[in-house]
Write a protein that binds this ligand. Structure first.
Ligand code: HEC
Ligand code: HEC
Ligand code: HEC
Ligand code: HEC
Ligand code: HEC
Ligand code: HEC
Length: 500
């Protein structure tokens, strides 16, 4: 066949080179895969985290590489053909040539489809990177403790980014930059276990929590009932019914009172440990501009408070665990005893489980914990209560299953996360919490003390075991400790005996 008789090529001739063709195949292939993945995602009943990464982050990279190869190959081809001709001209486009026209239209069509697709893809990639799936499940091991705790928290339907990023461009960029660093530390296992808190770079609560919670308007008093079971043979029940003075600001008089008084008054403090648990210096600035400084008896010789950074108290200084609550075993077991999921009539069940959790805390894997739970509980009843061990075997097994559940929800050995690693600042029973300042030792120069009056924050309206002791008084009762410890609870903080 003579050269002139060759059938005309369909597209611009420079397109027919190895690089451009490979590029075209890669692009078409990845586009096909993306469409397939989108279909799979739409059809699968519950999406998987990795599908999203593949669809919206990895495959588009291949698509882009393929598309870039096409013009690259064409340019090389063009340069090759000019070689030797001595002139350097740009490629010519002549729309009168059918092959050029076809190429131009094809190019325009593909580009518009892809432009549309890119817009959608970018939006989906953005949406995906902000999703709970992406934050909570992609780096499975690292985020597991927070994700599991989050799922059974009051904020289970609030997106991670609502608290961790919030609105606005600046924090969006900051979060993506820190995201890159996090991916690096996960890939190279450079993260700390447990993840250290407080997160010093966390966005101020005023810009996150307050998007949903109106700080000037809180509530009145909140009634709460706390049931306990003692670590004795009969698992003796004991409960407190109390009104917590949540408080806030009266919208008419603008007078603040109760616990949320702190956010409508400026309270600053200095913590001398990195978990912000030891607070020897507190300053309050009243509405009229005057201020008062309180210092504790803490050993603070040689510390120059003036030069230290001061933190203005916000929501997070009390609500540091609004979503990732790791519960202390002695308290969470009470809930299962109360609901009947652990049989209260099994002698010593409370103390057996509490002691057990002390020991399994040290274990490295969930599997090891499971077998220790089974072994310890079964052996205890076989040795101490052989009859019950036989007649009530089903109840013992049920208690074992619940204990495993408690473990899975509250202990994460791979990240060393549990209630001891993450103290909750809201109360004062298992961690120092409010008593960081309200321990009765923080005194000002003019002799004022930050109050530790038991009625400052709540009113105890009912207490007892409900059978032999049942005290009720709407004006407030004097606290009775469930175990006889004399007046020790007046002198020693609850957390000193009940904390870690
Ligand atoms: C209601 C707000 C809120 C939501 C929703 C939320 N977090 Fe948090 N998160 C916090 C606060 C507050 C802290 C503790 C900050 C501190 O102590 O400095 C925190 C801490 C963390 C930490 C550090 C370790 C720890 O336990 O303190 C990780 C990791 C984390 N969150 C991941 C997530 C993930 C993943 C999601 C979504 C599945 C999520 N968070 C949802 C508020 C939230
Ligand atoms: C996107 C909205 C949103 C954001 C942001 C948010 N919350 Fe909430 N919060 C909620 C919802 C919804 C509830 C559940 C309300 C209910 O149960 O009536 C809730 C409940 C609470 C409760 C009551 C918990 C309980 O035990 O009932 C507290 C305390 C709280 N949030 C504190 C915070 C703090 C602190 C932050 C910031 C770190 C925050 N929230 C951020 C929406 C939000
Ligand atoms: C001085 C500590 C402290 C500060 C600061 C604080 N809170 Fe609270 N908040 C509490 C306590 C204590 C409760 C009672 C909850 C309980 O005991 O379960 C509470 C209750 C709440 C509730 C639930 C109210 C109800 O009736 O269920 C919400 C919502 C809340 N706080 C949001 C916030 C937000 C948002 C901020 C920041 C603007 C904030 N809190 C600052 C200590 C604090
Ligand atoms: C960083 C220190 C600090 C922490 C932590 C703290 N408070 Fe306070 N609180 C203060 C100061 C300072 C005052 C005001 C004392 C004064 O004016 O005499 C105050 C006052 C109060 C008042 C009285 C408000 C009024 O009506 O006058 C209540 C109630 C209260 N706090 C509850 C709590 C609770 C509950 C917690 C824990 C969840 C807590 N506080 C944690 C510093 C703190
Ligand atoms: C500065 C505020 C404050 C002071 C002072 C205070 N409490 Fe509390 N207390 C709280 C808060 C807040 C909670 C609720 C914590 C939570 O939601 O788990 C609480 C919870 C309790 C509970 C219920 C614990 C449980 O889980 O069963 C008891 C009992 C209690 N306090 C007794 C006392 C006694 C006794 C005193 C005096 C020695 C005292 N409190 C002083 C703030 C305070
Ligand atoms: C001197 C140590 C000590 C102090 C201080 C103390 N307790 Fe206790 N508490 C005990 C002992 C011992 C028990 C018996 C159960 C156990 O061993 O955990 C107990 C049991 C309890 C229980 C039942 C526990 C459960 O497992 O459900 C509650 C509730 C309780 N104390 C509340 C308080 C409160 C509130 C304060 C502070 C006002 C306080 N205690 C101060 C030693 C103490």
């Amino acid at each position: 066949m003579k050269k002139s008789q060759r059938p005309p090529k369909k597209y611009i001739t420079s397109f027919y080179n190895t690089i451009s063709l490979i590029g075209a195949y890669i692009a078409a292939g990845s586009f096909g895969v993306i469409i397939l993945l989108i279909l799979m995602d739409a059809l699968s009943p519950h999406g998987t985290p990795y599908l999203g990464i593949l669809t919206w982050i990895i495959m588009p990279v291949f698509l882009a590489i393929g598309l870039l190869l096409i013009p690259l190959g064409m340019w090389r081809e063009h340069v090759k053909r000019l070689h030797g001709k001595g002139t350097r001209t740009l490629p010519k486009l002549d729309l009168n040539e059918p092959s050029h026209r076809r190429s131009a239209f094809f190019f325009l069509a593909v580009t518009s489809v892809l432009a549309l697709f890119t817009a959608l893809g970018t939006y989906r990639a953005f949406e995906f990177s902000e999703s709970v799936t992406f934050c909570g499940q992609v780096c499975h091991t690292v985020m597991e403790p927070e994700f599991v705790a989050y799922k059974s928290s009051p904020h289970a339907r609030v997106k991670c980014v609502s608290c961790h990023v919030g609105e606005g461009a600046e924090w969006f960029v900051r979060s993506k930059l820190s995201g890159v660093r996090q991916v690096y530390s996960v890939l190279f296992k450079k993260y700390s276990r447990p993840i250290p808190t407080p997160i010093t770079s966390l966005r101020p609560a005023r810009e996150t929590c307050e998007k949903c919670h109106w700080p000037e308007k809180f509530y009145d008093k909140k009634q709460t009932e706390r049931v306990h079971y003692m670590p004795d043979e009969n698992n003796t029940r004991w409960y407190y019914n109390m009104l917590i003075k949540v408080g806030g600001t009266d919208l008419v008089t603008e007078h603040s009172l109760g616990i949320h008084w702190h956010i409508n008054n400026k309270v600053e403090y200095i913590a001398i440990d990195d978990k912000r648990q030891v607070v020897p210096w507190v300053r309050i600035t009243y509405k009229d501009g005057t201020s008062r400084v309180f210092t504790s008896e803490e050993e603070t010789d040689g510390i120059d408070f003036d030069s230290m950074p001061k933190r203005v108290m916000d929501c997070m200084d009390c609500h540091n665990r609004p979503s990732h609550i790791f519960e202390a075993p002695q308290l969470v077991i009470n809930k299962f005893l109360e609901s009947g999921q652990i049989d209260r009539s099994l002698p010593m069940i409370k103390s057996t489980l509490v002691d057990l959790f002390e020991d399994i805390e040290e274990l490295e894997t969930t599997a090891a914990a499971d077998s220790m739970i089974e072994q310890t509980v079964r052996e205890f009843y076989a040795e101490e209560y052989p009859e019950i061990s036989e007649t009530r075997a089903d109840k013992i097994e049920q208690a074992i299953e619940v204990a495993k559940r408690i473990y899975r929800r509250n202990y994460f050995p791979a990240m060393k996360a549990n209630w001891k690693a993450y103290p909750n600042d809201i109360g004062h029973l298992t961690s120092v919490g409010c008593y960081r300042c309200h321990d009765g030792t923080h005194t000002s120069d003019d002799g004022e003390v930050i109050s530790n009056d038991c009625n400052l924050c709540h009113v105890l309206i009912e207490q007892g075991d409900g059978v032999t002791v049942k005290e009720q008084d709407l004006n407030g009762l004097e606290f009775k400790h469930p175990e006889d410890i004399d007046e020790e609870w007046r002198e020693t903080g609850c957390y000193d005996c009940h904390g870690e």
